[in-house]
Design a protein around this ligand. Structure first.
Ligand code: C2E
Ligand code: MG
Ligand code: MG
Length: 606
């Protein structure tokens, strides 16, 4: 091999170059490609000792030295060296961006600070060519050492440049692959690992914990009602706050945690070696750092969160399970109120299994129409006369009896089953009210609840219109009850839908008012006719003076916006009295009547 003749050499070189190109195209690791390159060069140029170093622009260092023949000690010494003038052949070549030929390291001034090293290892000359990327950035250096003083021939210089060019292609290809990988695995907004990268990293953390018999915990963080921030501040403020949330988490958590923005306003933190005490203090810290208001556009934006925790190996065996369980625990934390955390437990597991079971049964029940409507009267507080009824659904379950809506409406909403179910409710209620009128009773107002999920249907308005036409109910007698979350969730489009409904003569009531985001200026934007004060305010009306104040404000607000105000959940005469005193128009509650089956309603009222 040492005596390759020129023609043979040319042929071989071509073959080797091809081999390297093929390795690049096959996406082989850069270290393999560079190793192959230095081996080829040492065969091609007998007596040479070849090395390739990569240049790190950020740190201005030469690193990741590849060489087959340079002594290990030598490699260790030159790895991490800073590029600059008079830094041997390689450091100078990178610094000056041109080929540096040193024929005698013993005497050459470029080596004045470093010559001990080559002398110790018997190296006499060193030629170094900077490696350029196709866009002319220096990405490394390609060097040949000899154990004797030597000067390159023209041909050798040419060949050296060719090899450097080939290295440049390999390095550049790899860094563009890395860049593509980075883009594919990073969340562009926060710069955090995205969900898929997080799962890869988390999997490794789990393997590590398995080997060391340690625990790992994931914390599923949900920012509550983040769409309110988007709606009020605009998406730029929303994005800005998500970045600020990331920043606070990164600054307040140990650097070893893994953090990802799982999706939109949900983050996951993975903590290694997590004791129960660590889980507790960690959850509290997350809640603390995020509860400080974010000031944007002169507004204080307050974020509340819910955190769910699950740990390996106690309750989850795989990363998917960890994530799923911590999300389930987060949903349970939501039920506890704002800024709460819950650790996954077997009772949550039971509930989840139960949910899956209920969903299956619910599908069947919708097919079989195993539901009935109860109607709760609504009265004028001043005359106590019935002015309307609210239709409330119940599930007639074969073994459980009558199931209350709070036990299945959330599942119907999550699974989309609320669409057919909501349609059934509206149709049945309209039909029964029409029957009520046909039997000679005076027409009264009919209120029907609409879930925020139903507003996602583009054809909601036309469906409602069709039901009204089919049942021939006077739309002026129909009230659709929506909740604050409906208004907040899909602001612009919902307003259009509500306006269309109002234009048909239907009235819109805002249900459970006061439980979510109650702001005077906010209400002005929505086409409403009635506000229903949530029963939580009515319940403590006599014991909590703050509630009287709130109710009073809501009533005054309603008046100023020319809306009717109805108080929900009136159970005592005392509550009714206070409400009347504050000029609340209408009421509904057990004091007047519980929700009644249709036949019973007919009997009680006529
Ligand atoms: P909601 O629309 O606020 O209905 C009023 C709820 O308060 C009813 O509960 C009613 O039975 C209860 N209630 C009325 N007066 C009193 C009282 O004096 N004291 C107490 N403690 N409670 C009272 P229900 O029937 O269990 O319904 C619960 C929720 O389920 C409803 O709250 C509504 O949000 C939802 N829902 C019921 N039917 C439907 C439906 O057809 N579609 C949709 N999307 N949601 C429904
Ligand atoms: Mg309601
Ligand atoms: Mg209500």
């Amino acid at each position: 091999m040492n005596d390759l003749r020129l023609d043979e050499k040319k042929g071989k070189l071509f073959q080797w170059q091809n081999q390297i190109v093929q390795m690049i195209a096959a996406n082989e690791p850069l270290s393999n490609i560079l190793n192959e390159l230095v081996s080829i060069v040492e065969i091609y140029i007998p007596g040479s000792i070849c090395s390739i170093q990569l240049y790190n622009k950020k740190t201005n260092t030469l690193e990741k030295t590849t060489s087959r023949t340079l002594p290990e000690e030598y490699i260790r010494a030159i790895d991490g060296i800073k590029a600059g003038p008079n830094v041997g052949s390689c450091g100078t070549a990178v610094y000056e961006k041109q080929t540096v030929i040193v024929t005698n390291v013993n005497t050459d001034p470029l080596w004045k600070h470093y010559r001990e090293l080559p002398i110790k290892h018997g190296l006499k000359s060193c030629w170094s060519v900077p490696i350029f990327s196709p866009n002319q950035e220096v990405v490394g250096t390609f060097s040949l050492y000899y154990k004797e003083k030597r000067e390159p021939t023209e041909l050798q210089l040419h060949q050296l440049n060719e090899f450097a060019q080939l290295s440049g292609i390999a390095i550049d290809y790899r860094s563009s692959q890395e860049e593509i990988y980075r883009i594919k695995h990073t969340d562009p907004l926060t710069g955090l690992a995205n969900a898929s990268q997080f799962k890869i990293d988390a999997h490794q953390a789990l393997e590590h914990a398995k080997a060391k018999k340690e625990t790992v915990a994931t914390f599923f963080i949900d920012l509550n009602r983040f769409n309110v921030i988007n709606n009020i501040g605009g998406y730029d403020v929303g994005d800005d706050i998500l970045v600020a949330v990331t920043d606070r988490l990164l600054k307040s958590l140990p650097p070893t945690v893994l953090l990802t923005r799982w999706n939109s306003d949900k983050f996951i933190v993975l903590l290694e070696d997590s004791t129960p005490e660590a889980v507790h203090s960690f959850s509290e810290r997350i809640i603390d750092v995020l509860s400080i208001p974010f000031i944007r556009k002169e507004h204080d934006f307050i974020i509340t969160i819910s955190v769910g925790v699950s740990s390996f190996p106690n309750d989850s065996k795989t990363i998917d399970e960890l994530i799923r369980h911590s999300e389930a625990a987060m949903n349970e934390a939501k039920l506890l109120g704002i800024n709460q955390y819950r650790v996954y437990s077997s009772s949550i597991a039971d509930r989840l299994t139960n949910r899956v079971h209920i969903e299956k049964e619910l599908r069947q029940a919708i097919e079989d129409e195993s539901f009935i409507l109860h109607y709760q009267p609504q009265v004028s507080l001043s005359t106590e006369e019935i002015i309307g009824v609210e239709a409330l659904i119940r599930w007639e379950h074969s073994t459980m009896g009558l199931v209350q809506p709070s036990n299945f409406i959330p599942i119907a909403e999550e699974t989309g089953l609320i669409m057919p179910l909501g349609e059934w409710v509206l149709k049945t209620a309209c039909q029964q009210m029409k029957e009520w009128e046909r039997e000679g009773r005076p027409s009264i107002r009919l209120s029907v609840n609409l879930s925020s999920v139903q507003f996602r249907q583009k054809n909601l308005v036309s469906k409602i219109k069709q039901i009204i036409e089919e049942t021939e109910l006077d739309p002026a007698n129909l009230v659709l009850e929506v909740t604050e979350s409906t208004l907040v969730n899909h602001m612009k489009y919902t307003i259009i839908q509500l306006r269309e409904l109002q234009a048909m003569g239907i009235q819109i009531a805002l249900d459970d008012f006061g439980t979510l985001y109650s702001s005077l200026s906010y209400l002005k934007h929505f086409p409403l006719d009635i506000i229903k004060i949530d029963r939580s305010f009515v319940r403590t009306l006599l014991s909590d003076s703050k509630d009287i104040e709130i109710v009073n404000i809501i009533i005054r607000l309603g008046k100023s916006l020319q809306l009717k105000v109805l108080a929900e959940g009136i159970e005592t005469k005392g509550q009714a009295h206070v409400l009347k005193e504050h000029h609340c128009h209408e009421g509904q509650g057990y004091l007047y009547s519980k929700p009644l089956p249709f036949e019973q309603l007919k009997k009680e009222i006529s």
